[in-house]
Write a protein of this length. Structure first.
Length: 69
């Protein structure tokens, strides 16, 4: 189920969204929703990568000893 959410955009950004929507023959609502979906998906992947790196680092610190040469 979709819930309504409001967002405040400055006039310049609102105009840019509307121009893009017109060019794509989509609604500005569709453009904003698509942009948010893509942003969230990208950031979720970025966070998963960050978490994997942190876990690998912690595992490396506990599993290996560095010997001086």
């Amino acid at each position: 189920m979709a819930a309504a959410t409001s967002i405040k955009l400055d006039d310049e950004l609102k105009g840019r969204v509307q121009q893009l929507a017109d060019a794509r023959q989509r609604s500005s609502h569709w453009i904003m929703r698509e942009a948010i979906k893509q942003y969230v998906a990208r950031e979720e992947k970025r966070e998963a990568f960050r978490q994997d790196a942190l876990h690998a680092w912690e595992e490396l610190k506990t599993c290996t000893e560095v010997s001086p040469r």
